[in-house]
Design a protein around this ligand. Structure first.
Ligand SMILES: Cc1cc2nc3c(=O)[nH]c(=O)nc-3n(C[C@H](O)[C@H](O)[C@H](O)COP(=O)(O)O)c2cc1C
Length: 159
């Protein structure tokens, strides 16, 4: 979801969303994540510059930046990414439960993202999730989402 109403998220609702992230499962319960929450309009506008596909961050009510330690090897990087994905999805589901929509944004310009968020050099801003009330449609299940067909994706028993 990339079009947001100009309407803030209450502190309680935002805390509930972040709590869902904090409670997410992770490999060996390592919790290699920190969440930097941005609600300041100017800071959101600057954050939207870290990737050409991050424009929606500028108009979000709040954007959560998922920060993780830099991985020493590929397997660790994969493991951190999986855990971050779960934390992100937990927050997105908690938000949907409150009628709040969300949209991911990648981060390409790491130096810029680190500067805006004051993140240390041994961490990266892995990606962001922009939250807000949908401007263009009511939040709800989509009848025909743009997804591969069920029978193509699901393999009973064997591939
Ligand atoms: C790791 C990840 C990074 C993403 N980065 C972006 C992004 O930078 N900009 C954006 O507009 N959408 C981004 N998305 C959202 C996907 O494009 C979106 O989930 C997918 O196209 C399906 O869209 P739908 O859920 O609206 O059908 C990202 C999604 C994931 C999981």
């Amino acid at each position: 979801m990339r079009n947001y109403e100009d309407r803030p998220i209450t502190a309680d609702d935002l805390a509930r969303i972040l709590e869902a992230g904090r409670r997410s499962p992770s490999s060996r319960n390592q919790q290699r994540w920190d969440f930097v929450v941005v609600t300041d309009r100017d800071q959101l506008a600057r954050l939207a510059e870290v990737w050409r596909g991050a424009g929606h961050v500028a108009t979000s009510a709040a954007t959560v930046c998922l920060v993780a330690p830099l991985a020493d090897d590929e397997a660790t990087g994969r493991s951190i990414s999986f855990d971050l994905g779960q934390a992100a999805m937990s927050m997105m589901v908690a938000a949907a439960d409150l009628g709040i929509g969300s949209g991911h944004a990648a981060v390409h310009d790491q130096p810029l993202a680190r500067t805006i968020l004051a993140v240390p050099d041994d961490h990266e801003v892995a990606f962001m999730v922009a939250f807000g009330y949908p401007a263009d449609r009511a939040l709800g299940p989509i009848d025909e989402p743009d997804r591969r067909p069920y029978d193509e994706v699901v393999h009973p028993g064997t591939w």
